[in-house]
Every structure is written in structure tokens, then in C-alpha cells.
Design a protein around this ligand. Structure first.
Ligand code: SF4
Length: 410
């Protein structure tokens, strides 16, 4: 029996895909083994930053170093965007883009018997269906992540995701509802809805995220629905009103800002202004005061001046943000930003990341303080470990019923 090992980099979508591929291999009698014991490696790469590509290459080198006779298959966004570079690495046997991910098992078996073919990548914008979603749930401990959408129709000037994942495609509403019903029957209390760009759910199938949520909250047994990242200007008034009123929607909203300077937002091709963003956050906090609002920020975008950065810092200091993910800008080939002049030096980017990371720590502490003494719903994710509805991790003695939703005083 052949042993296969998986290594996944990047986002939740990649985790899903690996889960799906591993399932296919297992059905065919392969054994999923530890990384140092495999005959076949599937490295599911990420291309979102230069650092992610570097980590992907390191995983490839490590696999071949551990087992020089193994078959190393590279898939994911890096394989989709830059198959040529990967196929030139002597450690790589097969390159399979996102367009062919669902066929990896067949491609591997053909290669093992015929030893031919190396690169399998097609035009990702020709992908119209969501047929790779045979499995739409991925489990993280006791929280099922339900993937309802893939791809993105925006082209932010710094982002390669649309080139790697294609245009937005949605899982049929009936299928999502059926999946959620099955999860409820199995006793899961919280589900996390996820996708490359969740707010684009339904754009291709004449529905929308709000309609999906309205049906999901009717399912008995599902008590909390957490939403992954929401693109600020894609949140319709209808959706906002619904999520701020409906108790079953977790008061946890990840709203990527990217920059607090209108000039930089325009260069990034984000179609909201700082004022729109402030208004959105204020509305969330006004209606659900204990909401966790998370955000993403890119520092060192081409031409970002000290003044632009100060605007970002000032804005984030003043807004009731719970946490932020901070990324230094890195050039991604094929994007508009890559061709822009006035690049910011590594040194300045590092300093700005450091400054915002320290603000992030401060924000987290402030949020915890704001919640002190408040009673919240929380999921028991491990023995004595709770995750509150508003995304606080609490260590608390005496909670052993893993998977249950309890009420807890912070
Ligand atoms: S909205 Fe922008 S940053 Fe987000 S996936 Fe789409 S192109 Fe990338």
C-alpha cells in the first residue's frame, strides 16, 4: 500500500481542497502517512505573498530531501499562477493547477504507470462550475467550516487570487442547506460559512448571502453561524440589517480595511472610502456593541508615505477594532500594483508592520477589558477551552462537554 502525505499552505480554501484530495486517495486504498514516511507528496501551495511562495518551495525541497525516490506533486495557487517556474525545479515531478485539482488522483496514477506528462494547468477563468465541491465541509476541532463559494470577481491591484482561483462560483443553496441540516443532526451547534469572497455568494446563481442566511437560521440545532471575511462595500443594506438583528449570526465580523488612506485605497482599487468604512464599523457597534470587528491591513503599498501610514494608524487606533492581521506588501507578478513605481523599502515596511502589530496587541487587550463581566455564548472547543460568540478564547476550568454551546461570564 502506498503512503501519501499532504502539506497545505495558505487559506481555508486550500485546507478544503487538501481534505477533498486526501479523501479521494483514501477511497482508492492509499494510506495517509506522516510527512517523513511518504511515497507520494501533495504540496498544496499558496501564492498570496512572496513569503507564502517561499514556504511552498521549502516544503517541496523538504519532501524530496526526506524521500529522494518519492513522487512530489505540487498543486494550489502557486502551481496555477507560475507552473513554469515550479516545473523547472528538479524536486518537482508533477505540477497540477487549481483547474485540475479534482483530478489529482487520476493524474498521479497515470504518471506512475506511464511516467509522462508534467504540467496540468488550464485557464482558470473558464471554470464555471463548483463541481469540486463534492465535500463542502472541513472540520476544525468541533467547528465545521462550510465552503459556499470560490473565486473572486474583483481585481484589487495587489491581489493574485482571481488569477489563481478564477471568477466567483457558488454552491447551490439547496446543497448548503442540506449540509447544514446534516451537521445539525450530528449535533454541531456552530457552523462557519466561508469562501474566497463570501459576500459574492450567489452572484452567479441569482441569489445572495442574505437569502442563504435567512434559510440557514431556520435550521433547528444550528445555534450560531459565524461568517468569514466580508468585503465592506459588498455588504448590502439588507444583509447588514439582517446580520445585526439576527441572534444566530455570531457578532464577529471580519471587515478587511487594507489602508486608512483614501489615496492608497484608490490605488488598491478598493471601492470604498475611509468614511464608508468608519460608518460601517460604527453601525455594527451601535447595533451589537460587543461585536468583534477584525480587519486586514497591508502596509508598504507602492507610494505609501509616512502620512498615509499615519492616517492608517490613527484610524485603527480610534476605531473599536478587536484585532488586525497585518501584512507587508509584496509584489505579485501580473498584478497592477507590481508595475507601480515608488516602491517602499523593506526596512520601512518592517517598521510599519511592527508598529501595527503592537497596536494590535493593545486593541486585543482593550476588547477583552470591554467584555469583562459580560455574559456571552461560547462553544466548548476543547476541555476547559472556550471560544465566545465574539471570538475570544477563554481558558476556563470545569467545561468538559466539547461541542456544546454554553453561557459564560468573561
Ligand atoms: S476582493 Fe480583492 S483582495 Fe479579496 S480576493 Fe478579491 S481581488 Fe483579492
Amino acid at each position: 500500500m502506498r503512503g501519501v502525505a499532504f502539506f497545505t499552505l495558505g487559506c481555508r480554501s486550500n485546507e478544503f481542497d487538501t481534505h477533498f484530495i486526501a479523501h479521494q486517495f483514501q477511497l482508492k486504498g492509499y494510506q495517509v502517512v506522516d510527512f517523513d514516511k511518504a511515497d507520494i507528496y501533495v504540496i498544496n501551495t499558496c501564492s498570496v505573498t512572496a513569503g507564502a511562495e517561499r514556504s511552498s518551495r521549502q516544503a517541496i525541497y523538504r519532501a524530496k530531501r526526506l524521500n529522494p525516490n518519492s513522487l512530489v506533486v505540487v498543486t494550489g495557487c502557486y502551481a496555477q499562477i507560475n507552473p513554469q517556474a515550479l516545473s523547472e525545479l528538479k524536486e518537482v515531478d508533477l505540477v497540477v493547477g487549481n483547474t485540475h485539482k479534482r483530478d489529482i488522483l487520476r493524474i498521479v496514477e497515470e504518471y506512475l504507470s506511464e511516467r509522462k506528462g508534467k504540467v496540468y494547468v488550464d485557464n482558470v477563468f473558464r471554470q464555471n462550475s463548483v463541481e469540486s465541491f463534492e465535500l463542502i465541509t472541513y472540520f476544525e476541532k468541533v467547528r465545521p467550516f462550510v465552503k459556499v463559494q470560490e473565486g473572486c470577481n474583483r481585481f484589487c491591484s495587489f491581489c493574485v487570487i482571481p488569477f489563481a482561483r478564477g471568477k466567483s462560483r457558488s454552491v447551490l443553496k439547496e446543497k448548503v442547506l442540506k449540509e447544514a441540516e446534516l451537521l445539525a443532526e450530528r449535533g454541531f451547534k456552530e457552523i462557519v460559512l466561508t469562501g474566497t469572497q463570501l459576500t459574492q455568494y450567489g452572484w452567479d446563481i441569482a441569489t445572495d448571502l442574505c437569502d442563504l442566511l435567512k434559510d440557514l437560521v431556520k435550521i433547528r440545532g444550528i445555534e450560531l453561524i459565524r461568517l468569514s471575511s466580508l468585503y465592506p462595500s459588498e455588504i448590502s443594506q439588507k444583509l447588514l440589517d439582517f446580520v445585526l438583528l439576527e441572534e444566530k449570526i455570531a457578532p464577529h465580523f471580519h471587515l478587511p480595511l487594507q489602508s486608512g488612506s483614501d489615496r492608497i485605497l484608490q490605488l488598491m482599487r478598493r471601492d470604498y472610502s475611509v468614511k464608508d468604512y468608519v460608518h460601517l464599523v460604527e453601525k455594527v457597534i451601535e447595533k451589537r456593541p460587543l461585536s468583534s470587528v477584525g480587519t486586514d491591513v497591508i502596509v508598504g503599498f507602492p507610494s505609501e508615505s509616512d502620512k498615509d501610514f499615519e492616517e492608517t494608524y490613527k484610524l485603527l487606533s480610534q476605531l473599536p477594532i478587536h484585532y488586525m492581521h497585518v501584512f507587508p506588501y509584496s509584489d505579485r507578478e501580473g498584478t497592477k500594483a507590481c508595475k507601480m513605481s515608488r516602491k517602499v523599502s523593506q526596512k520601512v515596511k518592517k517598521e510599519r508592520v511592527k508598529t501595527l502589530k503592537s497596536l494590535d496587541q493593545q486593541k486585543r487587550a482593550e476588547f477583552l477589558k470591554k467584555n469583562e463581566g459580560k455574559e456571552l455564548r461560547a462553544l466548548v472547543i476543547e476541555e476547559n477551552m472556550l471560544l465566545t460568540e465574539n471570538y475570544l478564547n477563554l481558558e476556563r476550568e470545569g467545561y468538559t462537554s466539547i461541542g456544546e454551546l454554553v453561557r459564560v461570564k468573561v
